[in-house]
Design a protein around this ligand. Structure first.
Ligand code: M6R
Length: 570
């Protein structure tokens, strides 16, 4: 999490504050609890301006300053170490050094013994500016102090540093967190991702692990492992800012839910498979959050239709349980962002044992996309809302096509569109939900992962305690919570498990629990009968339901509290 940006003005002093804040805004999906900038002015003075809350607050704070500078660094934060305060916001400054950092420095406590200056924050990141400052006091140049510092850091980092005594130098390094670099005639840029630089540089270079950037005297060099200069290819930065506009919609989330039919068609029409899955005895799907629920949903469909053995697993568990890997297995990593730290860590573990990996990713050129042996893009387009919506359906299409299951795209889109046009019923169902303190989403078979997806969306954007459970399992415990303060959302499509779920619904009713339904013959949110279209339509229905519940509670659906879109820390 966290987004960093850095600009070096190579030919003249320029006011780069607005440009930096715009880049931060485009990375706000990475974290948004506080933000800040630091820049070096014409007198070689270092200025730090930070604020708590969304980037708009930083914008207001900077609106009347003269930001003419030689170099500037900016940061948008998702707190890991240290609560949300101005002191803990980045840039972290020690003496003449300002740094911005994305990642976690695991040995920061140990390293504190090396330096003498008092710490001004509770962050792990401050150790970076402290160490650079410390080594410069021993006589090292800024560059050497930076290089020495990064060799001491354990954990992950994308870091950028500037020093007011070296106003025409900007340094950066990457290990475990993404960093890109680009330039034009008058500037050198670094940022956590290509989106940040989308209006700035037409070409970008993705750094490799342990690369260091040294930008000085108007150009930059990439040093492999901080030593040998190395050439890395640049690629066109194709991300257009038009795609990151809300258009006619009030929020990105509702825009993106409305894009679900297009996401299905694009994933289908642009699908390009580079792997023959028939040669594997097992498919092991690994992911986090909603992407993990997509894997479970795909497993139910693929095992039933294709009789292929599928295992699904949460990445953060897989990577640390010493899994026994198998050459006959294809390891599939599903991730919207392609940067999720646990999914990437799990994939690197599999790669280190020379097993076959397939990445199913939305963000092109992301770390998971680049490192996997095979990669299939889901082609959903940029997703800004923290809650994943259109990417969920595009991941499902991609997984099914990979397994050789054809999808009746026209019918699927038609059914989704019916749900999108059913705003009135979904809105009134959301009104019922928000009257309850606790929610329970239940379903059987394919409706079980959809129930978990619905529960996760409700938790994420309405902050309501919600469980997602298999319908058949509630009598083994969860039914104990049922009373009239609990509302259960029962998801049941027209399949062979429908009647069983209806019986489970009766068990809840018999205990005084309130019920709303999504699916076949529903009085609340009725869904088409055909199996495949109804699966997709039910997904859209839970997304819409969560959206309207959050809107009724007047909450920020695009940037819910405590979260970030891209989870680049463990
Ligand atoms: O980018 P990824 O698909 O790897 O992200 C995984 C999860 O962090 C993500 O699905 C998260 O659960 C969403 N916010 C759910 O809406």
């Amino acid at each position: 999490m966290c987004g960093i940006v850095a600009i070096l003005n190579t030919t003249r002093y320029e006011d780069s504050v607005k440009q930096t804040i715009s880049a931060l805004e485009r990375m706000e999906y990475r974290g948004y609890d506080s933000s800040g900038i630091a820049f070096i002015d014409k007198e070689h003075t270092l200025h730090r301006i930070c604020s708590v809350g969304k980037i708009n607050n930083l914008y207001t704070k900077c609106s009347s300053i003269d930001g003419t500078c030689s170099a500037i660094v900016g940061h948008t934060r998702w707190a890991t170490h240290g609560i949300v305060t101005v002191e803990n916001a980045h840039p972290q400054v020690t003496g003449n050094i300002a740094i911005v950092h994305n990642g976690i420095i695991e040995n920061y406590n140990e390293l504190k013994n090396i330096v003498n200056e008092p710490f001004t924050s509770n962050t792990d990141s401050e150790i970076i500016s402290q160490l650079i400052f410390h080594y410069m006091k021993t006589g090292m140049t800024f560059k050497n102090a930076f290089l020495k510092t990064i060799t001491m850091l354990e954990g992950s980092y994308a870091v950028a540093a500037i020093c007011s005594d070296c106003p025409t130098t900007m340094l950066g390094a990457k290990k475990g967190s993404p960093l890109v670099v680009g330039s034009d005639q008058n500037h050198i840029y670094m940022a956590s991702d290509a989106v940040a630089l989308s209006q700035m540089t037409p070409n970008i270079t993705y750094l490799e692990e342990n690369d260091v950037i040294v930008a000085e005297q108007g150009s930059f060099q990439i040093l492999e492992n901080g030593t040998q200069q190395i050439h890395r290819n640049s690629v066109p930065n194709t991300i257009s800012t038009e795609n990151i506009d809300k258009g006619e919609y009030e929020d990105f989330m509702i825009k993106e839910i409305n894009e679900e039919p297009a996401a299905v068609s694009n994933a289908y029409n642009k699908f390009k498979c580079s792997v023959n899955i028939e040669k594997y005895s097992t498919i092991h799907m690994i992911a986090c959050g909603s992407s993990h629920y997509v894997c479970i949903l795909a497993k139910y469909i693929i095992e039933k239709q294709k009789k292929i053995r599928i295992i699904t697993e949460i990445a953060s568990e897989f990577r640390y349980r010493c899994p026994v890997l198998n050459k006959d297995t294809l390891y599939v990593f599903v991730s919207q962002s392609g940067e999720t730290s646990d999914t990437l860590g799990a994939m690197r573990l599999v790669l280190s044992q020379n097993m076959d990996t397939l990445a199913i990713v939305n963000v092109q050129e992301s770390s998971i996309a680049r490192e996997a042996k095979h990669c299939i893009y889901t082609n959903a387009g940029v997703e800004i809302g923290v809650a994943s919506t259109k990417t969920f359906v595009s991941q499902l299409v991609t997984l099914l096509l990979t397994a050789g299951i054809d999808i009746p795209v026209m019918e699927v889109c038609k059914s989704i569109n019916k749900v999108l046009n059913n705003t009135k019923n979904i809105f009134s169902t959301a009104q019922t939900l928000i009257k309850h303190k606790t929610l329970l989403f239940i379903g059987r078979g394919v409706c079980y992962p959809i129930a978990m997806e619905g529960a996760l969306k409700i938790k994420e954007i309405t902050y309501t305690p919600t469980e997602g459970y298999p319908s058949g399992e509630i009598k083994h415990g969860p039914i104990a919570i049922v009373d009239n303060t609990v509302c259960s959302v029962v998801i049941a499509i027209n399949d062979d498990l429908y009647e069983k779920t209806m019986s489970n619904m009766e068990e809840i009713k018999a205990r005084g629990g309130n019920i709303v339904t999504i699916g076949y013959k529903s009085n609340n949110i009725c869904i088409d009968d055909e199996e495949m279209p109804s699966i997709f339509a039910s997904i859209t229905a839970v997304h819409m339901l969560a959206y309207y519940a959050a809107k009724l509670k007047n909450l920020d659906v695009d940037k819910p509290r405590n979260l970030a879109k891209s989870v680049t820390v463990e």
